[in-house]
Design a protein around this ligand. Structure first.
Ligand code: 0A1
Ligand code: ZN
Length: 885
């Protein structure tokens, strides 16, 4: 229980801290059940504080053993200590030393926040508010201190002892079987970036020479025996370090950079200064154990955490409302990195697919919140796709509006002006306003207004005046706490495509210049008149997805087919195919629900056929074009009264129709893409495999003769996990005779490897058949499953609720009931993971009435349960909420 903060916490209540911490000296003596922590803090009154203040330190379940002030034991009447707070009512109003001794039980820490054990390894997780579970401290990011950490442990149990910074001393503890290591981090940091690790760990080492010629030691620590799965992570790290120097001018600052992979972790990874702690899923990979998607994920997360060293660590957040300041910016940076390492258009398509499938859904439901929220009950619930991915889109729009040069100047100014500080979103945006010499006041609405803007565009050509008028109207839908919205700045990247497929010159009739093909939309309704056009163009709008909006344009099927074939912007070529498919799917869902049959669209199939036949197009792009919009995309387009079965069926039928119509081309492509070259997880290789496996999937969807046998052969013969896994998915998500055998075979092959067993769990949970609920329930008691491990929980339960819409949304409510039982059972042990699972119910309001009632009742059952964590009760209350934040 954390009672130190009044809930909710509001941005408007921000006050600078009363007390600052200059230095923190920690002495942590590791023990499985009784770890002793001695913290020596040098505190001083904040000159910015209004008046002499008591000292109030945060705690969370702490057991205080002793307290000294300037070396003398503090008399009990001079302080109040409970597990969640330490108050000294009248501290000296000058710098002083506070020595705090606490004792912790890391083995009993099932929340995986603070100091805990992952297997036999000791590790910490302090973001957002975990440091207070280690010692009493002003646990807020604007209190930055210099840390020295001595870690001591039994030499045999924990031969490796790590903490932030550079190691300054190590040795034996005389007369004992224990040893110690002392680490010093010269860079002031907030306590959420503190980390220590102790355990028996294998290590892979490398070096990196920075742009100024300094040598940095790189070390990745993993469970002994897994060292041979670190090569890709190490390579990605070195590429990320070089890229940050080249693209942002940012150099690494310590002598060592360490990554530790642990198997029990609530999130993906954590950017602790100089000592990143990772979910091992984002470190360990070899061709035989990891898929192309796993490799890409590792590259992105390694880069993300590394990039935080500047965007997050050197410049941190003033308070947790500013979370997007580090997260949105760092996601933008990791997306740019991946785009430079791989195919830019394909990366953009896959990022936008993800944004629409998750962030647009969040933005349209009861958990919608601004990129920078103004109120929270539990900050753990704000590590959301809105803060991360929409936050990244907002930074991308800044770059689009300003252009690459001014954007880089703004970033340079941000680093120069705020290095070593805890900053705000306003300070960040001001750097760009100053660099560009323009106001970004209206742009700030992207941080404060929730909801996905809807932009309606109408284009009309007038031959007589050789002019083309584009009318643009925007609205932002109401979201919790925000009934009415102001118009936003929308950088709309635009091309006017001529009959021969080339872009026509963009000239505004009023003489305004259009820079880099971007029209800055700023009003709720406005028109742009383009002059000197000898033919009616087809508009290509929001190219590259220049703004995270829902675009509604008066484009006919002919226009879309034309863009699918000719648009110079690859993103919009893909988008045109998606729009054709979406229109068809929406019609077919309605038809199926009315008892009719799905229709075919020969024009759409012809457009796809042309893409498949085009040898110029990269395979990864073709694979994306052949993959129809997801169920979430179709549901969003329909908007209300959602029947997940009808959506699933319409989508399956469309895939069968594509497979049947293009069977010859797909078979041909499948055969020709099978090469004997050694596996490489790079963009070219993974693109070829992606297309080959999409071809196979569509052929099986169409029940093409021999396709199932082909998939079974691929499963058996694959020399890499990508191809084996793709075949396994094709065979097990359908009711084919081989299903039981391949699933059993897969488990037998990989039972010893938990990360691979996760794939097996996730696949079974995704089978779109009524028996799946019972299968998932049975798997919760399988030897390979554990509720204590977040990866297992996400693989099985998360896959069922997120990747299996028909079965999670079973008409009898069994899926919801199972989720609620699971959430309530997990909540006392790991509230963060429980709350995340529960958020799968966030779109309940758009369901058809009978499922809607069942989902609402399920949420109400959670809300009414006794002794809920703040994490779960916050999600339940907001999901059920009446429009309040
Ligand atoms: N800052 C990390 C995300 C993160 C947040 C909270 C955590 O607590 C369990 C862990 C990690 C990132 O953006 O990668
Ligand atoms: Zn991050």
């Amino acid at each position: 229980m954390r009672t130190e903060q009044a809930s909710p916490v509001r941005l408007q209540d921000y006050r600078p801290p009363d007390w600052l911490v200059e230095t923190v000296d920690l002495d942590v003596s590791l023990d499985p059940k009784a770890t002793r922590v001695r913290a020596r803090l040098v505190l001083k009154p904040n000159p910015k504080a209004a008046a002499p203040a008591p000292l109030v330190l945060d705690g969370d379940g702490l057991d205080l053993r002793s307290l000294k002030l300037d070396g003398a034991v503090l008399a009990p009447e001079l302080y109040v200590a409970d597990p969640d707070r330490l108050t000294i009512a009248q501290p000296p109003q000058r710098p002083f030393r506070l020595e705090i001794e606490t004792v912790l039980d890391p083995s009993a820490n099932t929340r995986l926040m603070g100091l805990y054990r992952s297997g036999a390894t000791y590790c910490t997780q302090c973001e957002a508010e975990g440091f207070r579970r280690i010692t009493y401290f002003p646990d807020r990011p604007d209190v930055m201190a210099v840390y020295t950490t001595r870690v001591e442990a039994d030499q045999a149990d924990a031969p490796v002892l790590l903490a932030n910074g550079n190691m300054v001393a190590s040795g034996q503890v005389p007369g004992t079987a224990r040893h110690f290591a002392t680490w010093h981090d010269p860079f002031p940091k907030p306590c959420y970036l503190f980390a220590l690790v102790g355990g028996k760990l294998g290590c892979v080492e490398d070096r990196f020479r920075t742009m100024s010629g300094r040598e940095v030691e790189l070390r990745i620590f993993v469970e002994p025996g897994k060292e041979d799965r670190c090569a890709y992570a190490m390579d990605a790290l070195k590429r990320a370090m070089r890229w940050d120097e080249e693209v942002f001018g940012r150099e690494y600052d310590l002598d060592t950079f360490m990554i530790v992979a642990v198997s029990d972790f609530n999130m993906g990874a954590m950017e602790n200064k100089g000592l990143n702690v990772f979910n091992d899923k984002y470190v360990l990979a070899s061709p035989a154990t990891a898929t192309d998607a796993d490799f890409a994920g590792i590259e992105a997360v390694i880069a993300h955490e590394y990039f935080h060293n500047w965007t997050g660590n050197r410049i941190t957040c003033r308070d947790w409302f500013q979370l997007c300041l580090k997260e949105g910016l760092t996601v933008f940076r990791d997306q740019e990195f991946s785009a430079d390492q791989r195919s830019r258009p394909v990366e953009r398509i896959s990022d936008v697919r993800g944004l629409r499938a998750h962030q647009f859904v969040e933005d349209a439901g009861p958990l919608a919140h601004p990129v920078r929220p103004t109120l929270y009950h539990e900050i753990n619930n704000f590590y959301t796709t809105t803060v991360y991915e929409k936050g990244a889109e907002v930074v991308r729009m800044l770059k689009t509006l300003l252009g690459p040069d001014q954007f880089r100047q703004g970033m340079d100014l941000y680093f120069a002006r705020h290095d070593g500080e805890a900053a705000t979103v306003e300070q960040f945006v001001q750097c760009f306003a100053d660099a560009a010499g323009r106001s970004l006041d209206q742009f700030m609405l992207w941080y404060s207004q929730a909801g996905t803007p809807e932009v309606v565009v109408n284009g009309t050509y007038q031959a007589a005046t050789r002019s083309y008028r584009l009318e643009v109207a925007q609205t932002v839908p109401p979201t919790p706490g925000q009934p009415a919205k102001e118009p936003m700045v929308i950088p709309l990247a635009l091309g006017l495509v001529g009959r021969d497929g080339s872009d026509l010159a963009l000239k505004l009739a009023d003489g305004r210049r259009i820079e880099r093909g971007i029209i800055p939309v700023t009003k709720s309704a406005e028109a742009f008149d383009f002059a000197e056009l000898d033919e009616a163009p087809v508009p290509s709008l929001n190219r590259g997805f220049s703004a995270p909006i829902r675009l509604i344009a008066n484009l006919g099927a002919d226009d879309l087919r034309f863009l699918a074939a000719h648009d110079n912007d690859p993103f919009n070529r893909w988008q045109a195919v998606q729009m054709l498919a979406t229109r068809l799917l929406v019609d077919n869902v309605a038809a199926l629900r009315a008892g009719g049959t799905a229709r075919n669209d020969p024009g759409f199939l012809a457009a796809l056929g042309a893409i498949v036949a085009d040898p110029q197009l990269e395979p990864a792009f073709v694979a994306q074009a052949l993959t129809p919009p997801g169920e979430a995309d179709i549901a969003r387009e329909i908007g209300r009264d959602i029947d997940p079965d009808a959506i699933f069926n319409a989508r399956s039928e469309l895939r069968a129709a594509i497979g049947a119509h293009l069977a010859t081309e797909l078979s041909d492509r499948y055969q020709r893409l099978g090469d004997n070259a050694p596996y490489r997880p790079d963009a070219a290789g993974s693109g070829r495999r992606a297309l080959r496996n999409v071809c196979l999937d569509l052929l099986v969807a169409a029940q093409h003769g021999g396709a199932v046998a082909l998939a079974a052969r691929q499963y058996q013969g694959a020399d890499n996990m990508t191809d084996r896994m793709a075949a396994l998915a094709i065979l097990s998500l359908r009711d084919v005779p081989q299903r039981a055998d391949v699933l059993a075979d897969f488990y037998a092959r990989y039972a010893h490897d938990p990360l691979i067993v996760d794939k097996w769990l996730a696949l079974q949970a995704a089978i779109p058949e009524p028996a799946t609920l019972d299968r998932v329930k049975a798997l919760t008691v399988h030897a390979a499953f554990s509720f204590a491990n977040p990866n297992r929980v996400r693989a099985l339960i998360g896959s069922f609720t997120m990747a299996n819409q028909t079965q999670f949304n079973r008409a009898d409510g069994g899926g919801y009931g199972f989720l609620v039982d699971t959430v309530l059972a997990l909540d006392p042990k790991n509230p963060q993971v429980a709350a995340r699972l529960l958020s799968a119910l966030k779109s309940w309001r758009v369901l058809e009435p009978s499922r809607r009632a069942l989902a609402q009742a399920a949420l109400a059952r959670v809300a009414a349960a006794p002794a809920l964590s703040r994490d779960v009760s916050d999600i339940a209350a907001r999901a059920l909420g009446d429009g309040k934040p």
